[in-house]
Structures are given as C-alpha cells and as structure tokens.
Write a protein that binds this ligand. Structure first.
Ligand SMILES: Nc1nc2c(c(=O)[nH]1)N[C@H]1C(S)=C(S)[C@@H](COP(=O)(O)O)O[C@H]1N2
Ligand SMILES: [Mo]
Length: 424
C-alpha cells in the first residue's frame, strides 16, 4: 500500500506533467517563467552549440507531449494508438491531435533555432567527419524549394495483436490493434536536394538518418539513438525532410522541427527529430535493419528476411471493438483501406463472419501512398454477436489473405481482421 504522502506526491507529479503539456499546447499560461525554464522542467536540456544534441535525459514521463484523451487513444507504454472510432467523421487526413505516436523513448522538446542537420561520411565530397559535418539550419531548409505530399506513416507492427488473437501465435513488441497508422499532408524539402547540396559523391551507397531523442536500451543493452539506413536509390527518389504536417509546423511528438518522411515504407524509416545523416560508400547497419524490422520465423532464413521496406495491404472499420447495432435498422458501415504497393482497387466486406461478401463503395478516388475511404450499408437481421470483415485488393493485385505468415516480432500483419460487434 502506498503511504498517503507518496500517493499525493504522485498525484502532483501526474498533474504537473499534464500542466506542462497544456502549456506546450497553448492551453496554460506561465507568466513570469521563461520558456527555457519550462522546457527544462519538461526534461529537455538547454543545450548550447558546444553541448551534445539536445534530447531528454531520461526515458521517463512525459514520453508524449500532446494530450491523450482516452476516447481518442489507447496508451501502450511510450506509445499511443489512435482509436479507429475516433477517426469516424474526420476527413482524408488524420488531424494532428489524433495521429498515433510511436516513441522508442520519449519526445524531445527541441527549438528550431538551435537545431542543425549535420551531414557527414565517406559518401560526401571530402568525406567530412562526424565532428566536422556539413550543416543546415532550419531556415536553410525553409529556403529550399518546398514539396507537399499526402502519405501515411504506419508502424510495421500495426495489427500485431491479431497474430495472437486470430492465429494463436506468440509475438514480441507493442500489441497494436489497427490504430498505428495516420495519413497527413507533409511539407518539406527533398532529401535528394539536401544530399546534392551537401556534396553527394557518385560512390555513395547508404544514407542513415538518426534521431535526437534519447538512446534506446533493449534488454539492458544500449543500442544508441534511433537510426536506420536507407538505400541511396530510395533516398534520392521520394524521401522528404518534412517540417510541416497538415499545414502546421510538425508537432513535438511527430518530429519537430524536422523529420524524415519515407513514403510507402514501414514507419521506422521515417526518423523523427532528425539530427544527422551519415552518407556512406559502404552498406550501413543499425539494430533497426538487423535485429529489428526483418522477418524471423519458420518461413524465413535463419538470418531473417531482407530489411522491411514497403508496407502491406490492410483495412479497418471506423468502429470500436464490440460496437453495438440495432437489429432490423439500416445503417452505414465506414472504413478505410491502404497498401504500400499501389492504390486500392476494391474492398469487399462481410457482415456475417465471412460467409458472404459485398463490394464496398469507395469514397476517395483511389490514390497511391494513402488510404481510400469506403462504406457499405447494413441492416442486421439477427440478434447476437458477429464479426465484420473487410478485404482490400490493391492495384498491384495484392489481396488481404485469411492468414498472415507468422514471424516472431509480429510485423506486417496483412490478413483480414475479424472485427467483433453485437446486434441487439
Ligand atoms: N527518432 C525517432 N524516430 C522514429 C521513432 C523513434 O522512436 N525515434 N519511431 C519510429 C517508428 S517505429 C514509427 S512507427 C514512426 C511513428 O511516427 P509517429 O510517432 O509520428 O506516428 O516513427 C519512427 N521514427
Ligand atoms: Mo514502428
């Protein structure tokens, strides 16, 4: 039993975190207290140029800055999953306040004015060393030609919990349902433009962005700051250094001041709070393309699959798990489907646990790299529990299977999800 003293201390510290996040979102006043002092209270370091990059010293609360009302989010450790029922009625783009957060440690609260992007490595002319990098400030990036694109960011482990609940398989990692995805309009500069400005050599091969968030510990081992190499071909193709999300500066939790945005690919490629980029003439490795984000298991070679890149096809209903419907009453079911390999070509829905299927009506002109909203009318004729199922097919011909191929870390669950509902 906690003593009354420690219980009240705990309440105050919980309240203090909430107060600080309200201050950050403009809902609280802090007259007479400097911004820097408040940021220090939040756990951010007031780093000067000579200090290491600013990041949170402890992977403790607040791990996420923005408010996480329980009707919008399911908290999962340092992460927050968007509830699909909260997306009902939102438009094509996920509002920033509703966007899921996947943090290995905690959101660092950085200042754009202090921020530098440091490029270094053997793949740049003159092979600048890490301590003598080519630097860009926030305003330097803002001065380059801007591009805007709509794209999803989705965790490779989205849907992971269904490996267990639908297939009886044990997997490691955050047990997401389907809410580890969001779609935003990202605005920023082409990574290709920045690499060329930094003096890209024709021998460059791999490009590795690294975050300014705290070092990540796993099983007692320090794996360093979050980083993952991209092949140069992808880096030059369609990757952005994004500074805006849905027309606003990036929110703290989504990478302020600048994040990498890698269209189509697993979310881990889109490094938030990017601080430096190594450009190498040799292939690079990090824990995030070796021990994580490959497929391991009976269907895969001992050393695992190739590093994960494109996302798979998935679908979700804009409904709570266990949603209730009135028998003999006509209603409209809404949902969204998306793919990492093309646009959505069709969506078929079953309201009787998979016995019969009807095509859904598509509401968006299907576009690649984002989701397509759809709907289907339903007049349930029997009282009781049932499952709703949605199966999407993309323009590359991939249809969601009935079963996803098992892998120990539960990545890329692409099977049709059985969504439980009750008719009363
Ligand atoms: N620096 C940094 N970048 C990161 C992460 C992180 O913890 N640190 N998480 C990655 C993972 S696993 C995912 S799924 C996405 C999530 O992006 P979001 O939090 O903006 O939704 O960010 C990626 N980029
Ligand atoms: Mo992720």
């Amino acid at each position: 039993m906690p003593s009354p003293v420690s219980a009240s201390r705990h309440d105050e510290s919980a309240y203090d975190r909430r107060r600080l996040s309200q201050w950050l979102s403009g809902e609280a006043r802090a007259d007479g207290v400097t911004r820097r002092r408040l940021l220090t209270l939040l756990g951010a370091t007031a780093a000067g140029a000579a200090l290491p990059p600013p990041y949170l010293a402890h992977a403790t609360d607040p791990t996420i800055v923005k408010p996480l009302p329980p009707e919008w989010f399911i908290r999962r450790d340092t992460n927050a999953e968007t509830r699909w029922e909260a997306l009902r009625g939102t438009g094509h783009h996920t509002p920033n306040e509703l966007f899921f957060v996947r943090n290995h440690t905690a959101t660092p609260v950085l200042e754009a004015a202090d921020w530098r992007l440091r490029l270094w490595g053997s793949g740049l002319h003159g092979a600048p060393r890490e301590d003598r990098p080519v630097e860009f400030g926030y305003d330097d990036l803002r001065a380059l030609p801007a591009v805007t694109r709509t794209a999803f960011v989705e965790c490779a482990g989205n849907g992971r919990s269904y490996f267990t609940t639908q297939q009886g398989e044990k997997v490691t990692g955050t047990p997401w349902t389907l809410g580890a995805i969001g779609v935003a309009r990202w605005r920023g500069v082409r990574l290709a433009d920045v690499l060329r400005k930094a003096g890209l050599s024709s021998y460059a091969m791999d490009v590795q962005p690294r975050g300014l968030d705290a070092e990540f510990f796993s099983g007692g081992e320090n794996l360093g700051r979050v980083r993952r190499p991209l092949p140069l071909a992808k880096a030059l193709d369609d990757v952005l250094l994004a500074y805006e999300m849905n027309g606003e500066p990036l929110p703290y939790d989504h990478g302020y001041p600048v994040r990498v945005l890698v269209p189509w690919w697993v979310g881990i490629a889109s490094i938030k709070w990017v601080g430096d980029i190594e450009v190498s003439t040799q292939p690079l490795y990090s824990p995030w393309n070796t021990i994580f984000y490959r497929l391991f298991g009976p269907a895969y070679p001992e050393e695992g699959s190739a590093p994960l890149s494109r996302q798979v096809v998935r679908s979700a209903f804009e409904l709570a798990s266990g949603a209730r419907f009135t028998v003999e009453k006509g209603q409209v079911l809404h949902g969204r489907s998306w793919s990492g390999a093309g646009a959505i070509a069709r969506v078929d829905v079953s309201t009787d646990g998979g016995a019969s299927w009807r095509p859904a009506r598509l509401h968006d002109r299907p576009r690649a790299g984002t989701w397509t909203r759809w709907s289907l009318t339903w007049k349930p004729d029997t009282v009781g529990d049932t499952h709703l199922l949605a199966r999407a097919t993309d323009t590359a011909g991939h249809a969601q299977p009935d079963t996803a191929v098992a892998n120990t870390q539960g990545f890329l669950f692409d099977a049709v999800v059985r969504h439980p509902v009750t008719v009363i």
